[in-house]
Design a protein around this ligand. Structure first.
Ligand code: AP5
Length: 220
């Protein structure tokens, strides 16, 4: 299956994306994770992305689109895209590329929470520097403080999780990313999922939407 995860910062896209990709046996392409890993490794891509990320702005479309096109080459027929596309121009570029590959999207899943919940979640978010597994100091802490359960890496606060940057990321979401909900609704592939409640409940809603999309894929 080919799935896009949409939603505001902190909606739980990263939390659900890894689990969903494992379940579907699909490649996971997370643009934020690729940028953070590149910044950590000190690559040219990482240096370019870091400045935009630390201000809560989008990395320029040409940089992101080229990166995703390359990632799609290695992804095979099934993938979960987390954090891409982020605006109409990126969505159109993705649509063109997937048309060339003959691999249309099966499902665009919008995980939705309100702005107050975004701020509450992101204030407590911690993330593994090595494998990017997300944690939360209250709702999902690692077993040992500061140490990743999955890989033993160091668990820290993201630089762009500072309050003023989160506010800018929210503005960018409302102005640039939210219009994608209508864009994909018009194409008949959108499902909206409530992002409130325990992670397992959100996961059950995600699985239900995926099950529905896979049972209707190829019809009509
Ligand atoms: P990116 O890394 O994609 O950040 P984001 O979209 O702002 O999303 P987040 O990672 O903040 O949140 P999430 O929805 O993944 O939530 P999570 O699962 O972690 O992008 C970062 C930056 O990179 C951008 O600002 C931009 O600069 C750049 N970038 C990336 N893609 C780009 C693109 N396409 N174009 C241009 N620039 C791009 O969960 C959040 C917290 O909540 C965690 O602590 C988690 O444990 C907790 N949590 C999860 N689920 C629940 C639940 N059900 N209940 C309670 N807590 C929960």
């Amino acid at each position: 299956m080919r799935v896009v995860l949409l939603g505001p910062p902190g909606a739980g896209k990263g939390t659900q994306a890894g689990r969903l990709a494992d379940r579907l046996g699909a490649a996971l392409i997370s643009t934020g994770d690729i940028f953070r890993r590149s910044a950590d490794e000190g690559t040219e891509l990482g240096r370019v992305a870091e400045g935009y990320m630390s201000r809560g702005e989008l990395v320029p479309d040409d940089v992101v689109v080229a990166m995703v096109v390359e990632a799609l080459e290695g992804a095979g027929q099934g993938f979960v895209l987390d954090g891409f596309p982020r605006n109409i121009a990126q969505a159109e570029a993705l649509e063109r590329r997937l048309e060339e590959l003959g691999l249309p999207l099966d499902l665009v899943l919008a995980i939705l929470i309100d702005d107050d919940e975004v701020v509450r979640r992101i204030a407590g978010r911690r993330v593994c520097l090595s494998c990017q597994t997300p944690y939360h100091v209250e709702t999902a802490p690692p077993t040992r403080e500061g140490v990743c359960d999955a890989c033993g890496g160091r668990v820290v606060q993201r630089d762009d999780d500072r309050e003023e940057v989160v506010r800018r990321r929210l503005e960018v979401y409302h102005a640039s990313t939210k219009p994608l909900i209508d864009f994909y609704a018009e194409r008949g592939v959108l499902r909206e999922v409530e992002g409130f409640g325990p992670q397992e409940e959100v996961a059950a809603r995600v699985d239900e939407a995926v099950g529905h999309a896979s049972s209707t894929a190829g019809r009509g």
